[in-house]
Design a protein around this ligand. Sequence first.
Ligand SMILES: [Zn+2]
Length: 391
Amino acid sequence: MKKWLFTILFTAIAALLVGMVGGFFATNEASTNDTSKNSNGSVITIFNEGGTAGGHTPRGFSGMGSGLFAGDNLNPNFPEGDGVQTFITFDVSQITDSEKASAVLRANDIKINGTPFEDLGNLVVDAVSYDVFSRDLWDSSIVGSVCTLATKRTDAYECDVSSFIQQILADGEQKVQFRIRFESAGDSDGEQDMVFFYMRDSNSNEVGVFELEITTKIEKEKTVAIIESEELHIVVNVYVVKDSGEISTRRDVEEVRQLLVRSQEIWNAAGIVLDISIEEIELTPDVALAVAFGNFRELYSTFSTDNTAFNIFYVKGLLGPNGIALPPRLALVADITSVDDFRATAHEIGHLLGLVHTLESRSRLMFGGANGRDLSNEEINSTRAWASALQ
Ligand SMILES: [Zn+2]
């Protein structure tokens, strides 16, 4: 028996990612987040929160200072006044597609005093967690991935924080917080070596001097199930009614054969093969008259019911309908159909395979009076079970 393979494709669409991070520095134009989409996915830019959600702390100092900068620190008023780290916070609650999100942290506005990279090493990023600033933040432990924002003055000041963001989202966290520092706290050379992150005011925690650029990918067609199954064969005897008075079809055998070929294409989706035989048939006057008056069941007298074959009759008209199924074995299709005639044929076969109408979508084969050709997974399973029972 030939193996037959079908795949179920579905479209996994990344969640629509819209909305703004609100509630902070609404008057700053930089607080407007940017969401763009293209066929490959979405890019969301989230800006650092300002106000008390950011700041700097000098080593040993018990609180926070306003302003985002890092380096050594020459202010003698601070205990152990030789280093400053900066802290920033992002609200990531709008990102919903955690698995496929990649993230870049970027500093947009850099000013440099002295020679921090030469004297203090790389500018590195730790992921940390805090509710309030305290002296402990200077040495707080890392809770996520670390990256290097820059190794020299002319670098781009950006680094990949994807794995940390994915972890945060998987944990259901709403906020991410980073500590930005030089590898060495200070060099005690009497010169200020610092990097400042600000646009207009170095002493404020400005929104938008840092950004998180989140990219979510949309996988267009993802194969989620591959089912390998046997083809299931159904015997279908097709009768082209001729020389039977008013009900004689104008179709010929070849035209009907083409209808069945195209019906087969629809049933391929279920792995059901129609074993077709086609013949012209002349009905007796009694049966022809009964059919002309809508007593279609009289056709059961014209074929053997000792087997499980389906019997489909092509006639001129059915007093309205495109097709009629009279289970378990009989169906009829009219010459003039309001939908594609091969689709009407496939639809009636669906009824003989136990399907009822659906109202879910006009794209479905079992939506009455439309041109839909799709079978749901449920319909595939049930018709395959039905067809198996006929074997
Ligand atoms: Zn129907």
